[in-house]
Design a protein around this ligand. Structure first.
Ligand SMILES: NC(=O)c1ccc[n+]([C@@H]2O[C@H](COP(=O)([O-])OP(=O)(O)OC[C@H]3O[C@@H](n4cnc5c(N)ncnc54)[C@H](O)[C@@H]3O)[C@@H](O)[C@H]2O)c1
Length: 335
């Protein structure tokens, strides 16, 4: 058995996980995106790729800061439906690059910015498809945060649009660029543990709960626009900024939000394509009436060459060794 705890990236341990540490972890990985953005530029010499950001929340700004750190990018436009996020992000970008980006409430208006070449999409997932397809229709290259889509049909439409418009498209699976995952891939593909018969991935962590009482949204936030193509949910902080991940209408829960990184890495390490079938069992046992997606889940992805099994628990129940609460195990015929 070959274990790949995510600590192997030299970054964080789950039991000590907090938002700041996670941001630190992900920043380095986001460099991959900026390489893509530079590659996407038609410009040569010193001109910078004119890039816009849709969704100026936590990770949109992580992406932008990573892009500016690497260089070759100018953030010319920002869009958000929360006026406070928009202003704070514009202030921060101005400080970092020396020029203030244009700001928009409507992503459609941002996409019409003269000279715009590429866009980063970092809205919650239920908005991705519309923004992604609209950006491609404007002839832009796109870095879209994971998960690609809210559901399979939206994902298919997005793939079709990417093929049709022939632009550069990348999804925010930056862990593919992590050294630990690249080394694991090489080690396994060189046959060091023989044929892989089973893989298991898991992220157990302690989910922080916010207020679940329906209430007025913050004055700066246009909640109708946030809900957008999804159902109009009553606002509460537990499904607002950042916390939407455990709400089924926007984030689809922990497997889709965070587990997706490990499932993607497993598929990449083992060169797997699509599973033949998927079976899942779980439920909401600990956070009953607080969230709408499972706090306990086991999923069996049946791929041609081996099953991949996912587990999560979300209330602090660690693994027998907390070091592997976030990681992937590969079981090979030689070890
Ligand atoms: N690659 C990674 O490791 C990683 C890590 C964290 C988040 N993400 C992804 O990044 C995306 C954003 O996540 P987050 O944690 O930053 O969420 P967040 O809630 O902090 O930020 C989302 C932002 O989008 C804005 N927004 C919502 N609807 C909008 C609209 N119609 N037009 C413009 N802006 C709109 C919100 O107001 C908010 O500012 C998600 O897809 C998430 O899965 C990826």
């Amino acid at each position: 058995m070959f274990a790949l705890p995510i600590q192997a990236e030299g970054t964080f341990t789950m039991e000590k996980m907090n938002r700041r540490k996670f941001i630190g972890t992900t920043l380095a990985g986001t460099m991959a995106m900026t390489t893509m953005l530079r590659g996407a530029s038609n410009n040569t010499g010193k001109s910078r790729l004119k890039t816009g950001l849709i969704g100026c929340g936590w990770y949109g700004m992580v992406d932008v800061k990573a892009a500016l750190k690497v260089g070759g990018v100018e953030i010319v436009a920002l869009c958000d439906i929360d006026s406070e996020h928009l202003k704070n992000s514009a202030d921060e970008v101005e400080k970092l690059q020396g020029s203030r980006p244009k700001t928009f409430k409507s992503y459609k208006e941002l996409l019409d910015t003269p000279g715009l070449e590429a866009v980063i999409i970092a809205s919650p997932p239920h908005w991705h498809a519309l923004m992604f397809i609209a950006a491609l229709e404007k002839g832009l290259d796109v870095y879209c945060e994971k998960p690609l889509a809210y559901d399979i049909n939206e994902g298919k439409a997005m793939v079709a649009a990417a093929k049709k418009h022939g632009r550069i498209v990348q999804i925010g699976f930056q862990r593919r660029q992590s050294q630990a995952i690249q080394q694991a891939r090489q080690y396994i593909q060189q046959g060091n543990i023989g044929r892989i018969i089973q893989a298991e991935a898991q992220i157990h962590y302690t989910a922080e709960m916010r207020d679940t009482t329906p209430q007025e949204p913050p004055a700066s936030l246009d909640w109708d626009s946030w809900c957008g193509p999804g159902p109009k949910l009553p606002y509460c902080p537990q499904i607002g900024h950042f916390a939407w991940r455990l709400e089924k209408e926007s984030g689809h829960g922990h497997l889709v939000d965070w587990g997706i990184h490990l499932i993607d890495a497993t598929r990449w390490i083992l060169s797997l394509t699509m599973p033949r079938s998927v079976q899942a069992a779980g439920g909401i046992y600990y956070f009953k009436d607080k969230i709408t997606t499972p706090d306990i889940l086991t999923v069996h992805f049946d791929f041609d060459t081996c099953p991949v099994i996912w587990h999560h628990r979300m209330w602090g129940a660690q693994e027998y060794d907390p070091e592997v609460s976030n990681g992937i195990f590969f079981y090979g015929e030689k070890g």
